[in-house]
Design a protein around this ligand. Structure first.
Ligand SMILES: Nc1ncnc2c1ncn2[C@@H]1O[C@H](COP(=O)(O)OP(=O)(O)O)[C@@H](O)[C@H]1O
Ligand SMILES: [Mg+2]
Length: 349
């Protein structure tokens, strides 16, 4: 196992397609680190540079204290699992998993033991003689993970490995990967565009946007203290509400109402309020016209238009009687409120 370090890595494809900018990051030995961000933000590029499938335009990459920037992929001892499992269709599950070990010319007995043990960990022992086309999506993904595990790589890389699975299976496989991580205690870097996956899986998460790191922190820290408006809006579902806010003498005019605030300089800000901090109350001072009501069983998510004309999303108890076209009154709990200056950076309240 191993620690990974990126030192000021940039990647420019072709003449001017900048995918990664000044990317510096330390991944601890045995950590499960999740890279999250919208499509095209540079997640796959980060993994590909680490695996040696792409060359960094500038900067250095280390495993432990060894500079591997110019090392060939096969020397790096890194295993990567992709979204499309990329199994060999004509080979059995056993042979798929054994392939890299055979290439390394390990003794037959050792290969057999390694594949059998790994299949057991992943619950695929009974499928070892099947071909990939005779497996479900989840089983194929387990084989792809198994093929990585048998190699005992120093680092595991996962590039959106669960995106092809249906929602329920995705949650199940996510839990299995978390279990696998605590079992193997291996260094893993996991890439996803799904913030829920990042929140539930990562020891720490790295939020990326346009090739730039926005924030690196444990999931709850990112949720409770997002460093800027982008992170605040990207992490959390339903997403945080944003209202224009004018502050004068400790008073905020926002969302069609008035709130108290202390210790913030006068000026124009964006007020960030999570949907759970919109408190639905009969005599609430704010009002919105209801446009959409999503009934989720354990709660209702209401989307409406506030007095200021801005959209507001609230999470309500399921028994509340509310319909599109109606009105909803609410207060705002300022305990966990966020204020963002014009440049998007959070101002501490
Ligand atoms: N081989 C390539 N040639 C040119 N541009 C590329 C290449 N691969 C990726 N890019 C560009 O680099 C950016 C980051 O891509 P990628 O790392 O694949 O993002 P992600 O995995 O986060 O969706 C995107 O704008 C993408 O279009
Ligand atoms: Mg990608």
């Amino acid at each position: 196992m191993a620690a990974v370090r990126f030192e000021a890595v940039s990647k420019v494809y072709g003449a001017d397609s900048r995918a990664l900018s000044d990317f510096s990051l330390d991944v601890e030995d045995g950590e499960l680190l999740v890279l999250v961000g919208p499509s095209g933000c540079g997640k796959s590029t980060t993994l590909r540079v680490l695996a040696g499938l792409e060359e960094a335009t500038s900067g250095r990459v280390f495993i432990d204290d060894t500079d591997i920037t110019d090392e060939t992929p096969s020397k790096r001892d890194i295993a990567m699992v992709f979204q499309n499992y990329a199994l060999y269709p004509h080979m059995t599950v056993f042979d798929n998993m054994a392939f890299s070990l055979k290439m390394r010319k390990l003794p037959k007995e050792e290969i057999k033991r390694s594949v059998t043990e790994t299949a057991e960990i992943l619950g695929i022992s009974e499928y070892l003689e099947r071909k990939p086309k005779e497996l479900s999506g989840g089983q194929r993904q387990r084989v792809a993970v198994g093929r990585a595990i048998v190699r005992h790589p120093r680092v595991f890389l996962f590039d959106e490995p669960l995106s092809n699975l249906d929602a329920k299976l995705r949650v199940q496989m996510r839990n299995e990967l978390a279990r696998l991580h605590s079992q193997l205690k291996a260094t893993m870097i996991y890439v996803t565009h799904d913030q829920a996956e990042a929140m539930t899986l990562g020891d720490r998460i790295v939020v990326l946007k346009d090739g730039f790191i926005q924030q690196v922190a444990p999931p709850l820290e990112v949720y409770n203290n997002p460093c800027n408006r982008f992170v605040a809006g990207f992490i959390g579902s339903p997403a945080m509400n944003f209202f224009k806010a004018e502050i004068t003498d400790g008073q905020i005019l926002s969302a069609g109402g008035r709130l108290e605030i202390n210790g913030v300089a006068d000026g124009m800000y964006t007020l960030g309020i999570r949907p759970e901090d919109i408190l639905v109350r009969e005599r609430g001072q704010f009002i919105c016209s209801v446009e959409v009501v999503e009934t989720l069983g354990n709660e209702k998510v209401v989307i409406g238009i506030a007095g200021s004309g801005e959209q507001v999303t609230a999470r309500c108890r399921p028994e509340i009687d509310i319909h599109p076209g109606g009105e909803l009154r609410f207060d705002i709990d300022m305990t966990n409120a966020h204020l963002f200056a014009a440049d998007g950076v959070e101002s501490k309240i």
